[in-house]
Design a protein. Structure first.
Length: 158
């Protein structure tokens, strides 16, 4: 039950070189460097995705801020119109209709902003869930590779 020299060199095989044993048909696991490169590549992809998500969140925040600003401008317009309405008769009727239209536009804009925000949040939640699931799958793959590379004596101890 000794280890032969050829078997010891098989354990130190170069990446990309097949070191299939004629007796068992088991291939040697990829080198640690290849696994490390794969993990670093996955980390880089995750970092890029998170940077994209951060930019999207910033865009969403800026959009919400601009909607709030538009709402504030409309509110000021309504106040000035209300002051004008208090002053004259014929103008008062036309301005009252204008105020009602502006109030409807303001309400519609607020409802649209709420719907859009919910939609964006839902999409972001789905995207983040997908990222987490991908990350978990990658971690599980790396754990399996690590377990496959562990010496047989350590596998039995688990």
């Amino acid at each position: 039950m000794g280890t032969s020299n050829s078997r010891a060199t098989d354990d130190i095989a170069e990446p990309g070189v097949s070191s299939e044993s004629a007796q068992s048909g088991v291939r040697a696991a990829p080198a640690f460097g290849a696994r490390l490169e794969a993990a670093l590549a996955a980390t880089a992809r995750t970092e890029t995705t998170l940077a994209d998500l951060f930019r999207t969140a910033k865009f969403l925040s800026a959009s919400i801020a601009s909607v709030r600003e538009a709402n504030a401008i409309l509110a000021r317009e309504l106040e000035s119109l209300a002051q004008l309405v208090a002053g004259s008769g014929d103008e008062r009727t036309s301005l009252a209709g204008r105020i009602q239209r502006l109030e409807r536009v303001l309400d519609d804009a607020a409802e649209d902003a709420v719907r859009e925000r919910h939609r964006l949040l839902s999409e972001h939640d789905k995207f983040i869930a997908m990222l987490v699931a991908d990350h978990e799958r990658e971690l599980e793959t790396l754990r399996k590779r690590l377990a496959d590379l562990a010496p047989p004596t350590l596998r039995g101890a688990r």
